[in-house]
Design a protein around this ligand. Structure first.
Ligand code: MG
Length: 251
């Protein structure tokens, strides 16, 4: 069942989303060759706690950190580590969530570490664009799978592949709520979109077609043949005025 949020609840989620966006922005500014992913994780946790919020992922099914940091062929759920030092040319996916006043926010981005290659540039720009195309489908009259179809067909048209094993989701008082939002599929299926629905839309895109696998650490998802992967995510609400991206810095 998709839980509908009131305007007040969406306002709370908007405040949370703004905090989360500032945290991720600050973390991204510190992404540079020579830095460990554990350093970024500490920075994020400090900022989240200072804002009176709680890291959403830490302890979630036993995940040990505030951020998921996934480098190059790592798709999602990478664990920050002192030993993992960023290198010029890497791409780093950072996924972060928080909970405050009873509501969650969830977002992700993939950033270059110094100068990156052409294939990586293309992957990042397509994944980001696919997220925004998906977000534009969040409107009255559309069905849920219009988001999925728009993301998947665009990614495919660019010669890249969406990850099918992991999906976007509803979000609110729980980090993961109904519905699941795959990044592929036909249009015109699933529930009609309504005011008060809040979704975390999160295309994960890779350069190789085969299914992902999970490393022995039990968390880190990697591409099958070592191809690069990227991940972008926003928490968005459907309001009377249309789609509202909640995970944005407000000034
Ligand atoms: Mg998510």
């Amino acid at each position: 069942m998709i839980l509908i949020k009131t305007p007040d609840e969406i306002e709370t989620m908007r405040r949370n989303g703004a905090i989360l966006a500032s945290v991720l922005d600050a973390v991204c500014e510190k992404v540079t060759p020579g830095r460990s992913t554990a350093y970024l994780d500490r920075l994020a946790e400090e900022m989240i706690r200072k804002a009176g919020a709680k890291p959403a992922f830490k302890g979630y099914h036993g995940f040990p950190a505030t951020l998921c940091t996934s480098i190059n062929e790592e798709v999602v759920h990478g664990i920050p580590s002192e030993e993992r030092i960023l290198v010029e040319g890497d791409i780093l996916s950072i996924d972060v969530g928080l909970m405050r006043d009873g509501f969650y926010a969830d977002m992700a981005t993939t950033v270059p570490v110094g100068r990156i290659g052409e294939e990586a540039e293309h992957l990042l720009s397509v994944t980001k664009e696919s997220l925004w195309r998906g977000i534009k489908q969040v409107k009255i009259g559309n069905r849920l799978s219009d988001i999925s179809h728009t993301i998947g067909s665009y990614v495919e048209s660019e010669g890249l592949f969406v990850v099918k094993e992991y999906v976007g989701h509803g979000i609110g008082k729980n980090l993961h709520e109904d519905p699941q939002i795959p990044n592929y599929g036909p249009r015109g299926r699933g529930p009609r979109l309504q005011v008060g629905m809040v979704f975390a839309i999160e295309p994960m895109v890779k350069t190789d077609p085969d299914p992902t696998r999970v490393l022995d650490d039990g968390w880190t998802v990697v591409t099958a043949t070592g191809g690069l992967a990227a991940h972008f995510e926003h928490t968005v609400a459907l309001t009377e005025r249309g789609v509202d991206v909640l995970t944005m810095i407000r000034r």
